[in-house]
Design a protein around this ligand. Sequence first.
Ligand code: CA
Ligand code: CA
Length: 217
Amino acid sequence: ERVGGVEELIRWRHPTRGVIPPDAFIPIAEASGLIIPIGRWVLEQACLQAAAWHENGYPLDISVNVSARQLERTEFVEEVRAALHDSGLDAATLTLEITETVLMRKPDATAHLLGELKELGLRIAVDDFGTGYSSLAYLRQFPVDALKIDRTFITGLTLSGEAHALTHTLIQLGKALGLQTLAEGVEQHSQVRQLQHEGCDLAQGFLFARPLTPDAV
Ligand code: CA
Ligand code: CA
């Protein structure tokens, strides 16, 4: 029951429109290609922030979301290397989150890329796990470290036997593959107890904290 780390989330503080949520501008950034410089900036900022926390005695891991468009570029590995180098962040404390759907789109090319990223010493998590269509054969071959079990399973965890059975199965799958498991979208103590009972390693959600500024963290 300790804080292991944080996931980076982006917000746009617009001078006249106030705070714009990511679902309002990320799809546009993806379509226009602006997600490339935005993603690079987010990665750099996240590494700098985590390095500053470590410097101040807070050993938090940091998790950074990566989009399909970023992964398509050959420069991506170099950009991650540069962000680590420039911030001085210990790579072992950085996790890149890639959604299951993106991972499975071009599995062979992705496996190669993940191998290069892993050589930098960082960790890779499969985001929104359970909502895409994973090939278990590929999942076993990918050098991933963690499964982030999607919130849709956790929401129904204590309410429906089906959601419980599926969550149990996903956690067991993670264990069988030697991966860390993390439950997303935890909002109730009863869910935490159930997840502890199932042997889930980590949990995140509004029960622990709503999205915070770095200072508030
Ligand atoms: Ca994520
Ligand atoms: Ca997620």
